[in-house]
Write a protein that binds this ligand. Structure first.
Ligand SMILES: [Zn+2]
Length: 306
């Protein structure tokens, strides 16, 4: 599946996607954020702002300018605590008096394995985390946020980061960085957890979605196909890792450089993190092992049944 290269909306423009839904792209394009973070404005009177975005005075102004005379911002909802999604929430809240709602602080929702790795502090990671973030209102899995002319269902989808939520809106879903059309998600331990990521995919696959509105890039019009692709993409990466380890033990970095041959150099670091996430998942499933403590440069080998 190729990325939709024709997605290049004007930055800072509130574009109507559907009745009651607008999108403003933040001015933070990069290899990791594509054209920039998508900030969504949901509602006709009382607006929910989903993912205010990075710290940016101009983006804050664009969000406030998009509020019509009969409208006000009633909710600020953050899908996860990465610096391209959450930091502007506080300034927007200060400007509007709307509360900030999210699953939790930066370390919320971590799996037991990742809590241990985070405490050990040996696997690196921590890229782009908004460690200062604290919501006013904590959201729980399954909770319904109902207001005026919209209702959102909180769906906890850890994997990209433990506190990541998706938001169901009828048969549409705001999938943030869990499912995007232009790229697969970064899963970087100890915040990212591939075991959780796959389970979150399975969870979304159980529903019949019409469209996904991602945190970056164009709406995904074929959610089921995209989820199937994501899962099979991960399984094929896993198969490549196991095949290489069949021949010789290797580090995450060595495996990534062999597997991600078409990846631009700027993204190789992210590829290494993804491979490490696979190795930790495979270790949890008792398929690989490593010498000494688990750190970024640990050498992994297949665990043959004894
Ligand atoms: Zn993210």
């Amino acid at each position: 599946m190729l990325p939709p290269d024709d997605f290049d909306p004007p930055v800072g423009h509130a574009e109507t996607l559907e009745t009651g839904l607008r999108r403003i792209v933040a001015p933070n394009p990069s290899p990791m954020t594509y054209r920039g973070t998508n900030t969504y404005l949901l509602g006709e009177t009382a607006l929910a702002v989903i993912d205010p975005g990075p710290i940016s005075d101009s983006h804050l102004t664009k969000i406030l300018d998009a509020v019509g005379p009969e409208q006000h911002i009633s909710h600020i909802i953050v899908t996860h605590t990465h610096l391209d999604h959450s930091p502007l929430a506080r300034a927007l809240s200060d400007a509007t008096s709307a509360p900030v709602l999210a699953f939790g602080a930066a370390d919320a929702g971590r799996s037991a394995v990742m809590q241990q790795l985070a405490a050990a502090g040996t696997v690196g990671g921590g890229e782009g985390i908004d460690s200062d973030f604290m919501p006013d209102i904590l959201l729980e899995d399954g909770e319904l946020i109902t207001h005026a002319d919209w209702q959102l269902e909180v769906i906890h989808t850890p994997g990209h980061i433990g506190n990541h939520i998706s938001l169901g809106w009828g048969d549409a879903c705001f999938t943030a960085d869990h499912v995007m059309g232009w790229a697969s998600s970064l899963v970087s331990p100890p915040d990212g957890d591939l075991t959780d990521f796959m389970a979150s995919c399975t969870r979304l696959q159980a529903r019949n979605w019409r469209v996904f509105f991602p945190g970056h890039g164009a709406p995904v019009d074929d959610p089921a196909a995209r989820l199937n692709w994501l899962v099979s993409h991960r399984l094929s990466r896993e198969a490549s890792i196991l095949e290489l380890l069949e021949n010789t033990p290797a580090t995450a970095s060595e495996l990534a450089q062999t597997i991600y041959t078409t990846t631009p150099p700027a993204l190789l670091g992210a590829a290494i993190r993804n491979v490490l996430a696979h190795l930790i998942d495979l270790k949890g499933r008792n398929q690989v092992t490593h010498d000494g403590p688990l750190h970024e440069t640990a050498i992994f080998s297949l665990k043959h049944p004894s």
